[in-house]
Design a protein around this ligand. Structure first.
Ligand SMILES: [Fe+2]
Length: 186
């Protein structure tokens, strides 16, 4: 995790990483241990409850790793990901506007904004995820923005838009291009 970011304090980042991300990792391990220990004739509702929690913790882990990993640079840049975006949107600026507005729509609530490579569409596309159980099937996350209040309120209060400005200033362009390359985004 990058500790020094523009506009996002170390205190916020460490709290976010150590409580929310690490909490999801711990929870996932505990849930999987419980699942492994269930008797073969366990009631379906017990299995179902744990499988639901497994999904929530697993998606939280994956999305947080993508979120922290896409910070620590100087911005999106004009590499592989920007090229893919430009192919599927009117322009990179038009895509950014929609991505930011999607984030603002989650301000004061909770959720994620994910630009992903959507193999079904054959395109890069921005999705709105209200919580950890909303995840578009078959979409590889490329750029992930955490809009849960724990991701910004310590520094920005309820100013979600200010936190989105800071998010864009810190994008790790090289990592984003690597992700786009790895999933064959074009
Ligand atoms: Fe988070």
């Amino acid at each position: 995790m990058a500790a020094k970011l523009k506009g996002l304090s170390e205190k916020l980042l460490v709290s976010h990483h150590d409580n929310n991300y690490a909490g999801a990792v711990k929870r996932l391990n505990a849930i999987e241990a419980e699942l492994a220990g269930l008797p073969k004739d366990a009631a379906p509702f017990r299995v179902g409850s744990l499988k639901r929690e497994e999904l929530i913790a697993r998606n939280s882990l994956v999305l947080h790793e993508a979120y922290f990993g896409n910070l620590g640079g100087e911005g999106l840049g004009s590499g592989r990901l920007a090229e893919a975006i430009a192919r599927h949107y009117e322009s990179v600026a038009a895509w950014e506007q929609e991505f930011r507005q999607t984030g603002k729509a989650l301000g004061g609530g909770s959720g994620w904004v994910v630009l992903g490579w959507d193999a079904h569409r054959g395109a890069a596309h921005t999705y709105w995820l209200f919580d950890h159980t909303h995840s578009p099937t078959g979409v590889v996350p490329l750029l992930v923005m955490d809009m849960f209040e724990h991701a910004y309120a310590m520094d920005f209060g309820s100013n979600a838009a200010g936190s989105i400005d800071a998010f864009f200033q810190n994008l790790a362009g090289a990592e984003l291009d690597r992700r786009a390359e790895a999933c064959g985004a074009k």
